[in-house]
Design a protein around this ligand. Structure first.
Ligand code: PXP
Length: 258
């Protein structure tokens, strides 16, 4: 098997803002974190401007737009407020994600099939303004086809379900062979979805819950062009520093691509 195309690693730095907001203080600096990620070889920086502003603030995205020289991906809900912000801010990619007020983190992909009219209206405004649009979806054929039909440029496959399957079970007996079969089936869903999306002319990304230990099978998918990873890198960075944390993730990805 030869070397596949370079897989871009975009680092989600929301948790840096989470730590800052815990004290409503000025540190840690989001700008410093973004620059350190870029120096350590990140291909892009991702942030989620939530409607409730629980971590990333409007000033943060403005600062990052001026600072990030690689690629700035801003995740947001498909609302008029957020589309207005994106059009003024001009991130390199806008990723539409679902949001519910009580969630701890994004819980799954955007249901483009059910919310097609609303999503299409947001995509149309963004695309008409010349912005690059990605939609965070479950790895289902219907979601991919709907995303292509409404004019998205990219889809980001939600790996949350895959990630949960790869977690070490705590206090429950799980038959090992059964678990491996489930993980293989979920990985196959992602590779089938990637192939379908690429055939429809969509760029393919993935993310949510990816870690040093579970990233390899997802990174090995040939059509995969970009991964968005946050929690695991920032958690590791608290212990070993951002630079080391990022380089460890990069080598986990590169091993699976060669
Ligand atoms: N992609 C999307 C669309 C997300 O909403 C998130 C979490 O904010 C991620 C990727 C990163 O997930 P994690 O922090 O679990 O790596």
């Amino acid at each position: 098997m030869g070397m596949k195309n370079h897989l871009r690693l975009h680092v989600n730095i929301d948790h840096v803002a989470t730590v800052r907001q815990a004290r409503r203080a000025y540190e840690p600096s989001l700008g410093a974190a973004a620059s350190l990620c870029e120096v350590a070889g990140a291909d892009g920086i991702t942030v989620h401007l939530r409607s409730d502003r629980r971590h990333i603030q409007d000033d943060d995205v403005r600062l990052l737009r001026g600072l990030v020289t690689t690629h700035l991906n801003v995740e947001m809900a498909a609302t008029d407020e957020m589309v207005d912000i994106a059009i003024a801010l001009r991130p390199d990619t806008v990723t539409l994600v679902p949001e519910s007020p009580d969630e701890i983190t994004t819980e799954g992909g955007l249901d483009v099939v059910t919310h097609r009219a609303r999503t299409e209206a947001a995509v149309r405004r963004l695309v008409d303004d010349g912005l690059d649009v990605s939609i965070f979806i479950e790895p289902d054929a219907d979601q991919i086809d709907a995303s292509a039909a409404i004019g998205a440029h990219q889809i980001e496959l939600c790996t949350a379900r895959y990630a949960v399957l790869t977690e070490a079970p705590r206090g429950v007996a799980v038959h090992h062979a059964t678990r491996l079969t489930e993980i293989a089936a979920e990985t196959a869903r992602h590779s089938d979805a990637s192939r379908r999306a690429a055939a429809a002319g969509l760029r393919v990304a993935a993310g949510h819950g990816l870690t040093y230990l579970n990233v390899a099978p997802i990174a090995a998918i040939g059509e995969m062009e970009e991964l968005n990873i946050g929690h695991n890198i920032i958690a590791r960075a608290i212990l070993v520093g951002l630079d080391s944390a990022l380089r460890e993730m990069r080598s986990a990805i590169e091993r699976s691509r060669s």
